[in-house]
Design a binder for this molecule. Structure first.
Ligand SMILES: [Zn+2]
Length: 260
């Protein structure tokens, strides 16, 4: 089974039907991460259309400033969601430093909630890698997916020691640094993502729409780097995701699907 552990399904617009069709045809288990409240509400509707789609609630660091004084309004979405994401810090692409305290406040809120509710988290870590690891340790949140990691190698190693999972995505086809990360993640912590529909657009600065089957290209790229085969990487990733959600009180039904 293919695993896409970080996707923005609510951003497909007119191509949503086509995206869901690919997910069903190729049997791609899809963690559909939200950016904010409207995004999560949309994902909840999309999730009703496929049991391969897991909608999760989070506030993206880009949106944190809008929510930092309204956290009491979002508790019910956190509680409704089986996992937490996309959340995180971005001190690199987000240039407006006046939003950084809000980012920290919102992230702290979500990590505390994940600890309390025993949910896994899906994290954006751009230039906030060390701070994020410190927070995971502070709240003893053990089940974390680090999405599209591109930070320093020493923090990567510390995150590996802590037991974080890493989603490798389409940039593995283009960047030497991401290739070195895709090689450095140990077998038992390796996951895959597309971050579509926008990942190719982001990388190539064009208007390409990335579809869910791009996950197969990721598998090929990762397999080549690790001197393996796409089939072997696919089963490794499935095994890893199954371990991440094993005994998860919120995902029991899904967990059983992976152990068949
Ligand atoms: Zn994302």
């Amino acid at each position: 089974m293919l695993i896409d552990a970080h996707v923005h399904l609510d951003k497909y617009g007119d191509l949503l039907d086509a995206a869901l069709k690919e997910i069903e045809t190729d049997n791609i288990f899809t963690v559909a991460t939200a950016m904010d409240v409207p995004s999560y509400l949309q994902l909840q509707e999309i999730g009703k259309r496929s049991n391969l789609v897991l909608p999760t609630f989070g506030i993206h660091p880009r949106r944190a400033a809008e929510y930092s004084e309204r956290l009491h309004e979002i508790g019910r979405y956190v509680e409704a969601s089986p996992a937490i994401g996309e959340i995180g810090l971005d001190f690199h692409w987000v240039k407006d430093a006046s939003t950084y305290p809000a980012q920290r406040k919102v992230l702290d809120y979500f990590i505390a909630a994940a600890a309390e509710q025993n949910k896994f988290v899906n994290l954006h870590t751009k230039a906030g890698e060390k701070e994020i690891l410190d927070l995971l340790e502070k709240y003893d949140v053990r089940r974390a997916i680090i999405h599209w990691y591109s930070g320093p190698m020493d923090i990567l190693r510390a995150m590996v020691d802590y037991g974080c999972y890493f989603t490798i995505g389409v940039e593995v086809l283009y960047s030497d640094y991401i290739k070195s990360i895709a090689k450095a993640v140990p077998d038992h912590l390796l996951l895959t993502e597309t971050d579509n529909p926008g990942a190719f657009r982001w990388l190539k600065k064009n208007d390409a729409v990335g579809m869910p089957t791009a996950i197969k290209v990721v598998l090929e790229g990762v397999a080549e780097l690790r001197q393996s085969t796409p089939e072997t990487i696919e089963s490794l990733v499935q095994e890893n995701f199954a371990r991440l959600v094993a005994n998860d009180p919120w995902l029991r039904a899904i967990g059983s699907r992976f152990f068949q």
